[in-house]
Design a protein around this ligand. Structure first.
Ligand SMILES: [Zn+2]
Length: 204
């Protein structure tokens, strides 16, 4: 299937059920680059390489503060990149990593290995509550309504220039080649704007 500009990436309809309602599912991918994958398998899902490579499910009972500590501990990587890496933790993308870091009052550029136990506990709490809220809001919605519902629940992602709901500061943005992140300076970076390399390159 050729990826389009709309959010719908995959629609699966195998056969109607007893009540004549079509079964199956719809998946959305809001990015312009469609990177979503769906596997149909008779095997144990863990035997599918694309699934076996995924990090732990942050909604699972086993995703404790200790589990998070094992995952991010010692990594000399910015926390934002780590959170949206599906091989590190499954299911958190660009939008929810922004939301999680805002909820945890943490800079997206924070180096994972420097997190204290208290910060790890805050981050864990932020991951679990942010995702749980998002799942509750999305429950039962049709694919066409998901994007609007997701957008209405976001506090920093894609809201650059708007006031932060928590402190009123203006939400800022850092742009990369194919994505951008948003954050609140007062809530997350001690009031200091983060360096935006692309912007400074343009200004030179
Ligand atoms: Zn704020």
């Amino acid at each position: 299937m050729r990826p389009g500009k709309g959010p719908l990436a995959v629609r699966v309809r195998l056969a109607p059920d007893d009540e004549g309602l079509a079964p199956g599912f719809e998946l959305t991918e809001a990015g312009t680059q469609k990177r979503l994958a769906v596997y149909v398998t008779k095997k144990n899902p863990d035997e599918v390489p694309g699934i076996a490579a995924l990090g732990p499910d942050p909604m699972a009972e086993s995703f404790t503060v200790e589990a998070l500590k094992r995952i991010v501990g010692g990594k000399r990587t910015q926390i934002k990149g780590l959170l949206r890496d599906q091989k590190v933790i499954a299911g958190i993308g660009n939008a929810y990593s922004d939301e999680v870091l805002h909820a945890a009052k943490m800079s997206p550029f924070k180096i994972a290995a420097t997190l204290t136990d208290a910060q790890l506990a805050d981050l864990h709490e932020a991951i679990v509550t942010t995702l749980r809220d998002a799942v509750e809001r999305a429950h039962g919605l049709a694919a066409k309504d998901l994007k609007a519902e997701k957008k209405s629940g976001l506090r920093v992602h894609n809201r650059a220039g708007q006031p932060c709901d928590v402190c009123g500061d203006t939400i800022r943005e850092v742009s990369f080649a194919d994505s951008s992140l948003q954050y609140c300076p007062t809530c997350q970076t001690g009031g200091k704007p983060l360096a935006d390399r692309r912007l400074s390159k343009l200004l030179k």
